[in-house]
Design a protein around this ligand. Structure first.
Ligand code: ADP
Ligand code: MG
Length: 332
């Protein structure tokens, strides 16, 4: 699975003391060719920070290759990372290079590192130690000139406590640890980012410029932002598309599944002559609510079912079933 080409050097928005400290760390980490571990809640900008380190580093002209460890099936991940030799599987007619080879001279970004299966952790550890690896199904050794930047949302101590994660890999990776603060701990940044996303999306959709209302600004400062910058971006986009005028209202009476969704009773369920049974009307509303909620939830969680379950306060299995019922299970 080849990743789409990398975007260029990102612009990082934020002026809070916590975020300025992050920017300083990024600049320092770019100067040294060592692995980096980025920790932060979903949507705090882990991938963006990884790109920033890459594009400020001596590897900036090499590739930036992002891999989502949680999106690849366990049986495929080693092949994806390290490639395979001809005949490694019945259908492997040709040797195939992996993403480590694709990142040669550049940076490999391993997102959702905590989802990496144990076997692949061993291979990665070995690669980090001596920059050597074996493609699946062969004895041949390859070497790669690749900087690894990994990201995880569980905190480091949780990773170290987990039986599914090798401590030696954590120690190897966290020589340079970059902790991204949640948006609620970055005073002033949410409003700044809201302005930034508003400008970006009005430009993209060729809309007239708009201003945030006073109540939006108050609400932005009070909201806890469980989905961090990604949630903010989604809310701004949604509000822009669903309303007109020269101001923009972000506060939660704009229907948003995660902040108390109001199901609108459709006229057909109450119109005289077309009145359906209470049971049918309720069932339809319920299905609609579930679909809307799950779509917003998965958007907020960036398609990660484990994060989504945590955000929604549901068990992962139960959430998986619901997603399946609505045809929203993740692919890949
Ligand atoms: N400081 C920032 N400035 C501008 N955009 C940001 C910033 N932080 C995050 N974003 C945007 O928010 C979204 C989520 O960021 P991402 O790096 O994917 O988060 P994570 O990998 O931590 O879930 C992306 O669209 C990203 O471009
Ligand atoms: Mg991410």
């Amino acid at each position: 699975m080849q990743q789409p080409p990398s975007l260029a050097a990102p612009r990082l928005i934020g002026r809070s003391p916590a975020f300025l400290h992050v920017l300083q760390l990024i600049a320092r980490m770019a100067r040294f060719d060592a692995p980096v571990l980025i920790q932060g809640e979903t949507g705090t900008g882990k991938e963006l920070a990884a790109r920033a380190i890459h594009y400020q580093s001596a590897r900036q002209h090499g590739p930036f290759v992002p891999v989502n460890c949680g999106a690849l099936p366990e049986t495929l991940i080693e092949t994806e990372l390290f490639g395979c030799e001809r005949g490694a599987f019945t259908d492997a007619r040709q040797a195939r290079a992996g993403l480590v080879a694709a990142a040669e001279g550049g940076t490999l970004f391993l997102d959702e590192l905590d989802a990496l299966p144990l076997r692949a952790q061993v291979a990665l550890l070995r690669f980090l130690q001596d920059q050597r690896y074996r493609p699946v199904g062969g004895a041949r050794e390859c070497s790669g000139d690749v900087r690894v930047i990994a990201a995880a949302s569980p905190r480091l101590d949780a990773l170290l406590d987990s039986h599914h994660f090798r401590d030696d890999l954590v120690f190897r990776l966290n020589v340079l640890l970059l902790e991204l603060p949640p948006l609620r701990e970055r005073p002033g940044d949410a409003a700044l980012l809201a302005e930034h996303f508003m400008a970006e999306h009005t430009r993209r959709h060729a809309l007239a410029p708009r201003r945030l209302t006073r109540s939006s600004l108050d609400w932005i400062a009070r909201h806890a932002w469980p989905g961090n910058v990604r949630e903010l971006d989604n809310r701004v986009q949604r509000a822009l598309m669903l309303s007109d005028g020269d101001t923009l209202e972000l506060s939660p009476h704009i229907p948003f599944a995660l902040s108390g969704h109001v199901t609108v009773v459709t006229p057909s369920s109450v119109a005289p002559g077309a009145l359906r049974s209470f049971h049918d009307a309720r069932e339809e509303s319920l299905q609609q609510f579930e679909r809307d909620y799950l779509q917003s939830l998965m958007q907020l969680a960036d398609g990660n079912v484990t994060h989504a379950a945590r955000l929604a306060g549901k068990e992962r299995r139960a959430l998986g079933k619901l997603l399946k019922k609505h045809g929203l299970e993740r692919r890949g």
